[in-house]
Design a protein around this ligand. Structure first.
Ligand code: CA
Ligand code: CA
Length: 288
């Protein structure tokens, strides 16, 4: 909205500059030799643009008074079972209601309050409040995305889209998994729901691959609002690095690889800045 308002301001000032340069007509009747009908059109246009700018300004002010959901953790949720979800963002300590999906499902608000902002993180970007919720999605809810809308006395947030999946489509990360010896075995084509729960935490996963197999391995975090900046590395069964990637999908990490030999491979997921915490969540997926 701010961008739109800036564009309107630039448009108005640009129009004024062009008009003054040409000496033909200027805004609001400043040019003496412009036909009256032309002046009316120009004046009307200026009024319309000014009204639009005022409208944008009012919208900006309202956006600052309603909640904003930066991220919902976990990043993916199952259907048919009780869910505990934490929303992080702005003004979430004031929420009176959270709507889940298009159906009239309202979450129970278990708690709300301030959220810690990690050192060197911008509170405006990552949010400084949180609300903890409980709800159960109907078992027949289709896999895909579902909107979450937080409401306070001033109005409703922009919807946040959370990933919904069946239990057999997800793998919950299990600690301890911070070394090759404690690596968690995962299956391809399922989504791992994980968290870098503390500073310098590394999560290690194990997959079985075949020589010549082409794999795509992705870690999604920043694009769904997580505080984590993922760094992804693939190792062979002997612990040698095959490839490591950092910011090749925005700040998120994604790699495509053709396996040289059959056997075990390790995937490590960590924060690029060695940061961590309960809101450093990610989704890992291996597909072929
Ligand atoms: Ca972890
Ligand atoms: Ca990264």
């Amino acid at each position: 909205m701010r961008k739109f308002r800036r564009q309107l301001t630039e448009l108005l000032s640009g129009f004024r500059r062009v008009s003054e340069k040409s000496g033909d007509c200027v805004l609001m009747g400043q040019g003496a030799h412009v036909p009256r009908s032309g002046r009316r059109v120009v004046a009307c246009l200026a009024v319309c643009l000014s009204l639009a700018a005022s409208f944008c300004s009012a919208q900006d002010a309202k956006a600052d008074r309603v909640p904003k959901i930066v991220v919902a953790i976990p990043l993916a949720i199952e259907t048919g079972v009780p869910i505990k979800l934490t929303l992080r963002g702005h003004l979430l300590d004031q929420v009176t209601e959270v709507k889940v999906g298009a159906a009239d499902l309202k979450a129970e608000i278990v708690s709300k309050g301030k959220a810690a902002v990690p050192p060197n993180y911008d509170a405006k970007r990552v949010g400084e409040t949180q609300a903890e919720l409980k709800f159960t999605l109907p078992a027949e809810t289709p896999s895909g995305r579902l909107s979450l809308i937080a409401v306070n006395a001033e109005g409703a947030s922009v919807p946040y889209e959370i990933i919904v999946a069946k239990a057999d489509e997800l793998i919950q990360e299990k600690e301890p998994n911070d070394g090759f010896k404690t690596a968690q075995l995962i299956s391809m084509s399922k989504t791992v729901v994980g968290t870098i729960h503390d500073q310098r935490n590394v999560d290690v996963f194990e997959i079985k691959g075949e020589a010549g197999q082409k794999l795509t391995i992705s870690v999604v975090a920043q694009q769904v609002g997580s505080l984590m900046d993922p760094f992804l590395t693939l190792y062979d069964g002997g612990g040698q690095v095959v490839v490591g990637v950092d910011d090749n999908d925005g700040r998120d990490a994604k790699l495509e690889v053709t396996l040289a030999k059959s056997g075990l491979y390790y995937i490590t997921v960590q924060d690029a800045n060695d940061a961590g915490g309960p809101h450093f969540a990610y989704l890992l997926k291996v597909t072929q």
